[in-house]
Each structure stands twice: as C-alpha cells, then as structure tokens.
Design a protein around this ligand. Structure first.
Ligand code: PLP
Length: 329
C-alpha cells in the first residue's frame, strides 16, 4: 500500500481532495454501512470536538483514565469523571448502567486507552439497550477494537446495530486502527439523522486531504492484509505480555489493544523510567503517571511493536530497573 501511495505522491500533492460527502461514501463502503449514517472527520479528534459542541447543557459521563480529548471537548456540558474500582481498571456493565441512570450521555472507550481493558460485546450491547430504553446517548469509541480478541469483543460499526440503537454513536479512529495517524482519518456512525445533520456543518469543505482520500479509495484491496496483521499483533501481544510481566518491578495490565499499561512497584518512578529509556536507549514510552484517574500512581504505557523491537525494549527495561536508583522515585 505504501508503494501505491508513493507512486501517486505528485498528483495527490497537486490536486484538491473531493468534498466531504464523497469521503462519507468511501468510508461507508469500507464498513458496509449506509453513507447517510456516516460522518468522516480529520481524525476522530475532529469528530469528538464536533460532538462536544452538540451536547451543551447535558451531563456527560467520561471514564478515567482515558483519552483526554473526551474530558476537554465538551465545554458547555457537565463532564462527570468516573473511575473503575478494579485494580486492573476493568470496566463493568453494572457500573456503566448505574452511571447512565444518573447522566444524559455516557462515553465508553472500548478497548480503553491507556488501560487496554475492554467490555465484552454482549455487555456493550446490553448497555446500548439499557440507554436506548431511556433515550440516552451512548458514545462508543472503537478506535482499538480491531486488536481485541474477537471472541471477547468485536466492532459494532454495523448497519443492523446502528438501526437497532439510534441513540448509539460510534467513533473510530482509522488513524489508530490502521496505523496511519498522519493521514488524519476518523469516522462517526449513527442512525440519529438529526444529530448527523447538526454535526456535518462543523466540517470544513475539504476536511480530508488528498492522501487521506486516496487511502480510503485503495484500502479495500489491502483489507485481507490488515486482518492478518491484527492477528499477528494479537499473537505478539501475548508473547510480549509474558516477557514484560516477568521483569521484576513491573505489573502489566492485560490488554485488548496494541499497548500495555504497566504499573511500577515501589520505589519505581514512571517519569524516571521513561527518561532513562529515552536518554540511554533511544526508546520512547509514555509516562502515564500524570493522567487524570491514575492519581500520581506510577504507570507507563508501552506500545506493542514487532517482536524484534519488543525484545529490545524488554532488555532495556531490565537494564534500567536493575540499576540501583536509576528509575526509583
Ligand atoms: C480512544 C481514542 N480515540 C480517538 C483518538 C484520536 O484519534 P485520531 O488520530 O483519529 O484523531 C485517540 C488518539 O489517541 C484515542 O486514543
């Protein structure tokens, strides 16, 4: 695919993309949905921002820790943060249902970022049904669902689900799933046509650039390869989990995404570990200790990459954590 994009570099650079409605058709084809139920955004971030402007005066429940745009982009709403009480930050259906009863909108990021934890498909559907029954909106972010074990959780971005739950809004970052964040592609899908008609005007006329459009035009040819690479990532994630979790001083949370949230045991410091890995080994990991909901606890987020890179990271973390004082708080 990269080669195909490179070959078209010049016309893509020199030509305008199509209008937003054409992009909606391309994404609808990709997910086998009605174009009328789709809004394509310049990354999911643009769509979260647009959605946040359409919820003024409402109570929006957002789990923490999570992708912080959900905390920042609902300026006119009463944003209610809620944390999981589970030590591994597992979400649970009853908690979500109880929160839904006290608010107007619930955000569920499934799998979550940064925990990688994931509510099973039947629970997500039960929550959607619970909220539909009371006319409340569920915002379901599925940006990482393609990495989940399919028997646990699969995508609900399907016409039958959208039709059955008009209050359900699905957001998916194509950037995240397909590893093309520079292309800035995200999708919002819902059968709530009134909401869609209010969201579309938030887009500028060419919100998707020509490279993003071309990606959408040709992705169909590479879909089998994409599905195969998700299988490979899941297998490598299992191997990597064992290696990381065997490092003394680290507790790795199980993950359905392409990263792990890891807790450092005392006296480990997330900030010092991240700094030492960058300075001494040229490896960048995310210091998650300052994320809302982690309350200054010592967490880092580590990406699942190819086996060779993961082995290098495991060796480097071993070295840093075994040097007295180098990652102590
Ligand atoms: C859960 C989640 N949703 C959406 C996004 C935004 O994705 P995009 O790059 O498509 O704007 C992110 C980015 O980190 C994310 O973690």
């Amino acid at each position: 695919m990269l080669d195909e994009m490179k070959r078209s570099f010049e016309p893509l650079l020199r030509e305008y993309p199509s209008a937003a409605s054409v992009q909606d058709h391309l994404v609808a084809k990709m997910f086998d949905c009605e174009p009328g139920t789709i809004v394509v955004g310049n990354g999911a971030a643009e769509l979260i921002g647009a959605l946040g402007l359409e919820t003024t005066g409402l109570r929006v429940a957002v789990p923490v820790p999570t992708f912080e745009e959900y905390l920042k982009r609902f300026p006119g709403s009463d944003v209610i943060e809620f944390a999981s009480s589970d030590p591994d930050l597992r979400p649970d259906l009853e908690r979500y249902q109880a929160i839904a009863d006290q608010t107007d909108i619930v955000v569920l990021i499934n799998p979550d970022n940064p925990s990688g934890q994931c509510l099973p498909t039947e629970d997500v559907l039960a929550l959607a049904a619970h909220m539909e029954g009371s006319g409340k909106r569920l915002i379901l972010d599925e940006s990482f669902v393609d990495f989940a074990e399919p028997e646990h959780c699969t995508s609900l971005l399907r016409p039958d689900v959208l039709d059955a739950y008009p209050h359900l809004v699905i957001i998916k970052s194509i950037s995240k799933s397909y590893g093309v964040p520079g292309a800035r592609l995200g999708v919002l899908a819902t059968a709530d046509h009134d909401l869609l008609s209010r969201l579309r005007p938030h887009r500028t006329v060419w919100n998707i650039n020509s490279f993003g459009e071309y990606f959408l035009q040709i992705i169909g040819k590479y879909q089998d390869r994409y599905v195969a690479s998700c299988v490979e990532i899941r297998a490598e994630r299992t191997r990597f989990f064992t290696l990381l979790n065997n490092i003394p001083g680290i507790r790795v949370l199980p993950s359905h995404a392409n990263y792990f949230l890891c807790e450092l045991e005392p006296p480990g410091s997330a900030t010092k570990l991240a700094a030492a890995l960058l300075r001494d080994h040229g490896i960048l990991i995310k210091d998650a200790s300052m994320k809302p909901g982690l309350d200054g606890r010592e967490y880092v987020r580590i990406a699942v990459k190819g086996a060779a890179d993961n082995d290098v990271l495991v060796a480097a973390v071993h070295v840093v954590l075994s040097e007295p004082g180098s990652a102590d708080g």
